[in-house]
Design a protein around this ligand. Structure first.
Ligand code: NAD
Ligand code: ZN
Ligand code: ZN
Length: 387
């Protein structure tokens, strides 16, 4: 590793430990890997903390493309810049950075617009490669390539990330909180704050109370929402939800013959102002759309469903209801612009991050994080890479 030799590692490959997904759905294998130096517009980062998001589980399970093996998963993290490639001006060695799957070049028409966070220079896609160069920076000890995940691949002590995917943060933010801003909490808070622009006094319904759904609640609470209805199959999520501003709970497994949307319409006198799908199931998007109020109701799709899954709405339904249906990648946030704002709101004790961290483990126990998230008691499990 970098420090062991006492020499600078700049410009040379680094050997370190990574948790590699060798076969879909099987425990990750901790092995030595080589991490090549960054190419132009890239930085190599020493990961301090990473945490597990449900999207890692979705792609870990996936046998067919865009699932691919061997791959280094992980996309919610914080780290320190070890070295930078050519033409990198945004960050330098020693900077604390949050890598984000969604790029922000800052210069294209979309990055300059306040209406979008979908950069056109470096496009978001689920690719096995780096964001700008169609190649990998990881090889195993036999010299075979290992693929990237969501431009981050943080289940490795070192990784290489494009500068468009890096947000610099103040080093005073504790790493076991900062990593949450890299995906889950930012996504949820942003979905309420930016994508939906929830108004004070409005009624919000959230389908799925994992970290993403609860972060939507947190964002809606900060926007002054009047009622926040949480929908989940796991009744334990209601007590947990109260901490994040959830005021009412619907156990969707106990609604009998009534669709959840009918229950929500009855509770809200015609439908919620904003509905968020935070599970990743097309059928729940339909429920969320049906749960929001005609005329002005807005449904925000945040969950990631299986590749190829489709929605089906009748055109008359769309025409007559006047509702809005939209997707929200990374909560509509621009990583470089909005992550420092969320970090400040945490330091100012407005935004809560602490309660999202239910577990902290060492890197060698990384497979336990998968069990914990799947068991339903865990919100975020923070993994310390070098403790
Ligand atoms: P999680 O596993 O922590 O939480 C999911 C929750 O949904 C759990 O509480 C579970 O009990 C509940 N649930 C499952 N099936 C349900 C059903 N049929 N009805 C109601 N509730 C149900 O997951 P997470 O980390 O919070 O992620 C949630 C979703 O958000 C995933 O699909 C993930 O891929 C996606 N995501 C999207 C973005 C984005 O940018 N849009 C970013 C991060 C995560
Ligand atoms: Zn994520
Ligand atoms: Zn751009």
């Amino acid at each position: 590793m970098e420090a062991a030799s006492g020499m600078s590692s700049e410009g040379r490959p680094i050997q370190c430990k990574a948790a590699v997904c060798r076969r879909a759905g099987e425990p990750l294998v901790i092995e030595n890997v080589m991490v090549a130096p960054p190419m132009s517009r890239e930085a190599r980062i020493r990961i301090t903390c990473t945490s597990l998001c449900h999207s890692d589980i979705t792609f870990w399970r996936m046998k067919d493309p865009p699932g691919i093996c061997p791959r280094i998963l992980g996309h919610e993290a914080v780290g320190v810049v070890e070295s930078v490639g050519e033409e990198v001006r945004e960050v330098e060695k020693g900077d604390v950075v949050v890598p984000v799957f969604l790029p922000e070049c800052g210069e294209c028409e979309d990055c300059r617009s306040t209406k979008s966070n979908l950069c056109s220079t470096v496009r978001f896609r689920v690719s096995p490669w780096m964001a700008r160069h169609e190649s990998t920076r990881f090889t195993d000890m036999k010299g075979n390539p290992i693929y990237h995940f969501l431009f981050v691949s943080s289940f490795s002590q070192y990784t290489v990330v494009d500068v468009a995917n890096l947000a610099k943060i103040h080093p005073s933010l504790p790493p076991n909180r900062a990593c949450l801003l890299s995906c889950g909490v930012s996504t949820g808070v942003g979905a309420a704050w930016v994508t939906a622009a929830v108004e004070a006094g409005s009624t919000v319904a959230i389908f799925g109370l994992g970290s993403i759904g609860l972060a939507v609640a947190e964002g809606a609470r900060l926007c002054g929402a009047g009622r926040i209805i949480g929908v989940d199959l796991n009744p334990d999520k209601f007590e947990i939800g109260k901490k994040f501003g959830v005021t009412h709970f619907v156990n969707s497994g106990e609604c009998g013959d009534k669709p959840v949307s009918q229950v929500i319409k009855e509770m809200t006198g015609g439908g919620a102002d904003y509905c968020f799908e935070c599970v990743g199931m097309a059928s729940l998007v339909h429920e969320a759309y049906a749960s929001c109020r005609k005329g002005w109701g807005k449904t925000i799709v945040v969950g990631v469903d299986k590749p190829g899954s489709k929605l089906s709405l009748s055109s008359a339904e769309v025409l007559h209801s006047g509702k809005v249906l939209t997707g929200s990648l990374f909560g509509g946030l621009k990583p470089k612009t909005h992550i420092p704002i969320l970090a400040k709101r945490y330091l100012d004790k407005e935004l809560q991050l602490d309660d999202f961290v239910t577990h902290e483990i060492d890197f060698e126990d990384i497979n336990r994080a998968f069990d914990l998230l799947l068991e339903g008691q865990c919100l975020r499990c923070v993994i310390w890479m070098n403790k």
